[in-house]
Design a protein around this ligand. Structure first.
Ligand code: BG6
Ligand code: MG
Length: 219
């Protein structure tokens, strides 16, 4: 039985993935190299620290510990500049109605995000009160694809892993859900998220009952 939904935040509930990309690109440019949208796919779902390590690898650069910390702060300040102006209009198409459909069916809903800015974003888009549990980047020590974020969310909800359906837009997030032994629905492109049990372009025109039916028996 599937009794709980765990939603990733950036790129699933809200359109913040583009702001992460813009802030990282600005940082890469300030360090003297470019950062493409193609490279950005590898960063989706990945923690801030791991993201910077990957970017520096791509740019063939190394930073001292102090400069590394300063770069993290600069990126986050640029990111906060972008998200400080967002509101409910940035909720992705169909996401709120989908969340409601799960709650109406009596399912528990949790957030499972790598972001340390998750609560701020949920406040800005008016969805903070909708979740039964919130596990974000402040509560976990291991980055996706480690299953920690989703396993903790299931624990906070008081449900077993096999009862959970995870919704993810990132390759690392899909892998984290599989590593947690959960059902996983990819939100985005099937060719990128092919490891997910089911992939949807977005939440428009669907609801939780249709998604549950579309999951393969073996999932
Ligand atoms: C994830 C994003 O949700 O959160 C990543 O997909 C981001 O791109 C990560 O790096 C950490 O976010 P934050 O807000 O703590 O820098
Ligand atoms: Mg995401």
């Amino acid at each position: 039985m599937k009794t709980a939904c765990i939603f990733d935040l950036d790129g699933v509930i809200v359109d913040t993935a583009k702001y992460h990309y813009l802030a990282w690109k600005r940082l890469a440019n300030s360090l003297g190299f470019d950062f493409t949208e193609h490279d950005n796919e590898k960063l989706k779902g990945v923690s801030r620290i791991e993201s910077l390590k990957l970017i520096l690898q791509l740019g063939g650069q190394q930073l001292s510990e102090a400069d590394f910390e300063a770069a993290l702060t600069r990126k986050n300040n640029w990111y906060l500049e972008y998200i400080n102006t967002i509101g409910p209009e940035e909720i992705l198409p169909g996401a709120f109605a989908f969340l409601q459909s799960a709650k109406q069916l009596g399912m528990k809903v949790a957030l499972g995000s790598a972001s340390k800015n998750a609560v701020l974003i949920l406040q800005r888009i008016g969805l903070l009160e909708q979740f039964d549990a919130i596990v974000d980047g402040n509560k976990v020590s291991k980055a996706k694809p480690d299953p920690e974020v989703f396993t903790k969310a299931a624990q906070e909800l008081g449900v077993d892993a096999r009862q959970c359906i995870v919704f993810e837009d990132a390759v690392a997030g899909v892998q984290a859900a599989l590593n947690a032994d959960m059902h996983v629905v990819g939100i985005g492109e099937a060719k990128v998220l092919h490891q997910a049990h089911v992939v949807l372009p977005n939440f428009s025109g669907t609801n939780i009952e249709q998604v549950v039916q579309s999951l393969p028996e073996s999932a």
